[in-house]
Design a protein around this ligand. Structure first.
Ligand SMILES: *[C@@H]1O[C@H](CO)[C@@H](O)[C@H](O)[C@H]1NC(C)=O
Ligand SMILES: *[C@@H]1O[C@H](CO)[C@@H](O)[C@H](O)[C@H]1NC(C)=O
Ligand SMILES: *[C@@H]1O[C@H](CO)[C@@H](O)[C@H](O)[C@H]1NC(C)=O
Ligand SMILES: *[C@@H]1O[C@H](CO)[C@@H](O)[C@H](O)[C@H]1NC(C)=O
Length: 430
């Protein structure tokens, strides 16, 4: 391990660290009675009393009671710890020509043509040479052997939208080079893509569910629907396909951004007359987050499994957000935003608040991958016009490249490799 470049005392754990009391076992009744009694006495803090497999949720604003800290239990897969008090999501980008990128675009055959920027003519590679440096400590170096050994006989699954698919592919790219050619495969079955490392009997999978809940955008191929409808209370529809997974990485954000309102279906998609209500995006999103937490609580064993939730992936569709020319976007951007307080548009903020709110009130053991802020500086890292175009471009578009630039997705190798380095750190060194 390299010594830390910095040691700051100001860093605070803004991410949610969670260790969770697993399951009530014997003497259920006595225990329940006792819990009830203690709950009345101590309110929220009652969990402290049941010490050994204690749960804890910490966030920057609320100091963790000493008793909880001492009794923090080891999380599944943990082999070490990140320095106390180091928030790995708070830091800065450092130029690094030596160790970045972590792989070459041409060496990873699994990258979809929507993300292979070099192949599609991006003229420079500046975006590949950045390393994330937390303020309070160093990130652990990504170790593919350790990751694959850990996944032996196990399943890891990413569930969500195309951004989560990007992170999934990035992880495969980080791992595949140590697996011989004939000992790995990637196959797609409808919503599910499965990468298999045969000698490890391990799979790393991606499951398309852009809202996590059932929606009218669930078709893995044909899902460009402008009039989006999501069905309340339907997480089980997709969730049944995630059961039994050892490491689950969820995300959901982009598809909720349809405007100010979101259509929520109360009945079933089969109903002749559909019972649809319009609610604010925040309320709809909160509903989904709560469903997700509930699903995790009921279906994932906190003693054996880990669940991650990746926060919103920022977009760079309007240059005026960072003081650029009106009408511009991420097109032709090769440098990052250097204002450390840069955040971007406001809608993001309110959704991030919903996440912070729902997670901080919950005891469900989900590790939050807070990639939003660190990615928001990276206007240089999008695929822009350097990707496979599915439709023939019109002369008007060709005359104005910004008009068809993709400022949502990210080139690989690139930013999303950092997300996986953070995932790696949170998995092994929580
Ligand atoms: C995410 O990380 C940023 C940067 O450290 C921080 O400002 C923000 O409060 C964090 N958000 C949440 C919800 O933890
Ligand atoms: C990577 O992990 C493997 C398996 O745990 C270990 O033997 C090896 O020393 C690690 N490599 C580095 C560079 O830390
Ligand atoms: C392979 O892994 C699966 C879990 O993904 C497990 O059920 C199965 O028993 C394993 N098979 C062998 C031969 O280890
Ligand atoms: C791209 O940006 C550079 C400056 O960074 C500028 O000189 C050039 O004209 C821009 N190209 C286009 C096509 O906008």
């Amino acid at each position: 391990m390299k010594p830390p470049l910095f040691s700051t005392s100001s860093s605070s754990p803004t991410s949610l660290l969670i260790i969770r009391k697993a399951r009530l076992t014997p003497c259920l009744f006595t225990l329940l009675a006792f819990i009830l009694f203690v709950t009345i006495l101590y309110g929220q803090d009652f969990m402290c009393i049941f010490s050994q497999q204690l749960q804890l949720v910490s966030d920057s604003n609320k100091p963790v009671p000493r008793a909880m800290k001492i009794r923090r239990k080891k999380l599944p897969f943990a082999i070490g710890k990140t320095e106390e008090g180091c928030d790995i999501f708070s830091g800065r980008w450092v130029r690094d020509e030596l160790t970045r990128p972590l792989y070459e675009e041409s060496d990873c055959p699994y990258i979809q043509p929507q993300l292979t920027c070099q192949e599609h003519g991006r003229p420079e590679k500046e975006y590949q040479h950045w390393r994330w440096q937390p303020h309070g400590c160093d990130l652990h170096r990504f170790n593919a052997t350790l990751m694959l050994e850990t996944l032996r006989g196990k399943r890891m699954m990413f569930v969500g939208d195309s951004l989560n698919r990007g992170q999934y592919v990035s992880l495969i790219c980080l791992l595949h080079s140590i697996i011989p050619e004939d000992a790995k495969s990637m196959e797609t079955f409808d919503s599910l893509t499965v990468f298999t490392a045969k000698e490890y009997n391990a799979t790393i999978e991606f499951y398309w569910a852009p809202f996590l809940l059932e929606s009218n955008a669930d078709n893995a191929v044909v899902h460009r629907i402008s009039d989006r409808v999501v069905r309340k209370g339907s997480i089980i529809k997709h969730g049944r396909n995630w059961k039994g997974v050892d490491i689950l990485v969820l995300n959901s954000y982009l598809w909720w951004m349809t405007g100010l309102k979101m259509k929520v279906l109360l009945g079933s998609f089969d109903d002749e007359v559909k019972d649809i209500v319009e609610v604010s995006t925040e309320d709809a999103y909160r509903m989904a987050m709560k469903s997700m937490l509930r699903w995790v609580r009921l279906n994932m064993n906190p003693k054996k499994t880990r669940v991650f939730f990746t926060s919103m992936s920022p977009t760079h569709g309007k240059s005026i957000d960072w003081g650029g020319e009106p009408g511009g976007n991420c097109y032709n951007e090769t440098s990052m935003i250097d204002d450390p307080t840069y955040w971007g548009s406001d809608s993001r903020k309110s959704v991030m608040q919903v996440i912070g709110d729902v997670f901080s009130k919950s005891k469900v053991p989900i590790t939050f991958l807070n990639i939003t802020q660190l990615s928001s500086y990276r206007k240089d890292a999008h695929t822009s016009i350097y990707k496979k175009q599915w439709n023939q471009l019109t002369p008007e578009q060709l005359a104005n490249p910004a008009s068809y630039a993709d400022c949502v997705h990210w080139c690989l190798p690139g930013l999303q490799d950092t997300w996986n380095e953070l995932l790696f750190t949170k998995l092994f060194y929580p």
